[in-house]
Design a protein around this ligand. Sequence first.
Ligand code: DOR
Ligand code: ZN
Length: 362
Amino acid sequence: MSKYLRIPGMVDPHVHLRDLEWAHKATFASETAAALAGGYWAILDMPNTPPSTIDHAALELKLDTIQHQAVCDWGLYFGASQGGNQAEYAGVFSQVCGLKIYCNATTGTLLVEDQALREAHFAAWPVGKPIAVHAEGDTVAEILELVRKFHKPTHFCHISTAYEIYLLRLAKEEGLPVTVGVTPHHLYLDEDDARAMGSLGLMKPLLKTKADQQALWQAISDEVVDVIESDHAPHALIEKYSANPPYGVPGLETTLPLMALAVADERLSVERLVDLVAINPQRIFGLTPPPDTYTLVDLHETYVIDNANMRTLCGWSPFDGIKVHGRVMEVWVRGQYVFDGENVLVEAGFGQNVAATSEISQ
Ligand code: DOR
Ligand code: ZN
C-alpha cells in the first residue's frame, strides 16, 4: 500500500484561464501548469475573458491558442450571449464541454438577465452536454423553472448561501437534473474576512455570513453539494489594488490542500473528497479519464500557503499564510509522468481537448 492517496483524474470544472486579450493576467501555459501543480488532470475554461467565447471565430481563436500551450487536459465552455447566439450552437457543440449562462453580473460583459432570453438559450442547447449557470439568490429559483421545463442537466456554479442551498436541496428531492458546485473560498472565508482582506477578498459571488458558510459545509455532508470547484480567476495584484478592483481570486493550487485540511479536521471523509474533486465532476461533464491518469497526494504533509510559491501568473492567493494539509506528489496523465511535485515534466501542447470524447447521459 502506498502511503499516498491515489485520486483518479481530478477535474476542476470552473476556471478562468485568461490569455488572449487578458494574457497580462495569466496565460494558458501558466495556468495549465498551475493546474498540474494543483493535482488536476483536466480543467474547464469559462467563456467570459475577452474576446468572449460566444461565436465560432472566438472559439476557434481560443482553441488555436490553448492547444499549443496546454500541459494539462482542458475543455472550453461556450457562452450564451445577450444578443441571442443560439444559431451558433450546432456548429460549436462538438468542440466544447458545455454552455455557460451568466444570469447575474460579474467580470466581463456576458449577462443574460431577461428570463425569456434565458429560456431561448435553454431550449436551443443540444442534448448531451450540460448547461452551467451563474445564478445567485432568487435567480436560482428562476433557473430552476427552466430546468423543470426542459429537463436539461444544469450545473449551478459556486453556490454560496443557505437560501440557495435550500432551493437546490428541494430541487434534488423533486428529481430535477441539477448539480451543485461550491468553492473553497466560500467554505473558508466569510464577510468578516472580506472586510479584513479588502479587494483581495472581492469576488462574485461575494463572501457571505458564517451561517451561510455553515449551510455549505452541511450540504457537503448531505451530498447536496456535488463538486468543489475553484472558480480560479487570476487578476494582477496591481489591478486588485487599483481604485476599481476586478472580481475574482485564484484557486487552482489551493483547492486540494484546503479540502485535505477539511479531511484532517474531520469535516470530510477521504471518499467524499475524491468524489468532490474527481468522480462527480467526471460524471457531470461526461469525462472519462484516459488509462493511467491519476494524482498521488500525501494527505499528511502540512505546509503554509505562500504567495511566493504560486505558479499562477498572478502570483498571489487569498489563502496566503494559511496552514494546510496535503501535498501533490505526482500527477500522471495517459501513463505519462507529468508533474513530480515540483516540476512540470511535459512540453507545451501535451494537453488535449476533453470535449472530443465528452458526453453525458440525460
Ligand atoms: O469573482 C469572479 N471572477 N466571479 C466570476 O463569476 C468571474 C470571475 C472572473 O472572470 O474574474
Ligand atoms: Zn467563474
